[in-house]
Ligand binder design. Sequence first.
Ligand code: NAP
Ligand code: F7E
Length: 348
Amino acid sequence: MKRALITGITGQDGAYLAKFLIEKGYEVYGIYRRLSTPNFWRLQYLGIFDKINLISADLIDEFSLLEALKISDPDEVYHLAAQSFVGASFEQAVGTAQVTGVAVTSMLEAIRHYNPEIKFYQASSSEIYGDGHDEILNENSPFKPSSPYAAAKLYGYWITRIYREAYDIFACNGILFNHESPLRGLEFVTRKISNAVAKIALGLENRLLLGNLDAKRDWGYAPDYVEAMYMMLQHEVPDDYVIATGETHTVREFCERCFDEVGLDWQEHVKVDKRFMRPIDVNFLCGDYTRAKEKIGWEPRVKFDELVKIMVREDLNRWERWQNGEKFPWDAPNHPNETKLITRTVRS
Ligand code: NAP
Ligand code: F7E
């Protein structure tokens, strides 16, 4: 039986990947960090919490990562843990550099010392391309990061390549474009919208405040994307791959489609609030996944319209169950209204 160690198992991708690997017959280990309140809702939601071996570790403590390797003795490491919210990276730039950037080296060093035969997946990001593009992006497109998060991810990208070339470690960068799901964190724009639309449709809320409606993103479906991570590590040679849908849409279009789904007019509920504008934003992203299709046989299954349906329907279903008094693991009831949060980095 193959063993996999997943960092970031409590996050969106970690939970879906764990489920996928369990179904493939893997023994799955995941690192989680000690928090004052347990944070396993996604694993419970997918019904896999009891099938996972949890190891306490933190990315800023490299010995805890080495210890996690010793405990799990994995064939494959999927390094997904990060401070993953671009907005927060402007507020915690140094912390993001350490957690999202330098910790990739800690993980690779731990692998190099413990067992360099372990295969390594790095969760790279389309954010490394940054702002200023209007062309479809592939593995050879130039990088120009536009946030502390993107700069940290670009460091992680290069250190992964360096360990591949210098030490012959089977290390791959998955350059994943945005991917969403009902398990997406509530601060990301798609889930912020689907959750608000569900509440508005049920009379629990009336308005939705957003930032840059013109930003374009290539949005895919997270369960499709975690399969690509696995497929990269099964190929004969390590490489870097763009994972995307090849379609791009504005935040405005995402809003419009979500409100359409419940028969409402988005313009009656959505207001622009500069608190949700970033100091610099990436205005256009669209990915070309040809290499992934040709080399590892990966293609997206769920595209924009279906993604909208999946997300709105699931948030509606959850709030309806909540109104009927049902209790089940889910993030939204405990999430603060974002207007309560003070942002220091508003664009004037
Ligand atoms: P996510 O939901 O925010 O999950 C992040 C995970 O990292 C959580 O499990 C979190 O633990 C963990 N983590 C954060 N700081 C940590 C620390 N100091 N020590 C240990 N664990 C820590 O992110 P995601 O959407 O699943 O994304 C997975 C990875 O792919 C991330 O690296 C992200 O940057 C990257 N990525 C995401 C996308 C996307 O569209 N989703 C696209 C490209 C790349 P807690 O639960 O305790 O917070
Ligand atoms: O923003 C705009 C915002 O926070 C998307 C992460 O998974 O994907 C994600 O990063 C766009 C931006 O995701 C609001 O300004 C407008 O232009 O959902 P997001 P992101 O920044 O693209 C990449 C690939 C990653 O690697 C990251 O880890 O939407 N936008 N109004 C807003 N965004 C938010 N969050 N909230 C708003 O109210």
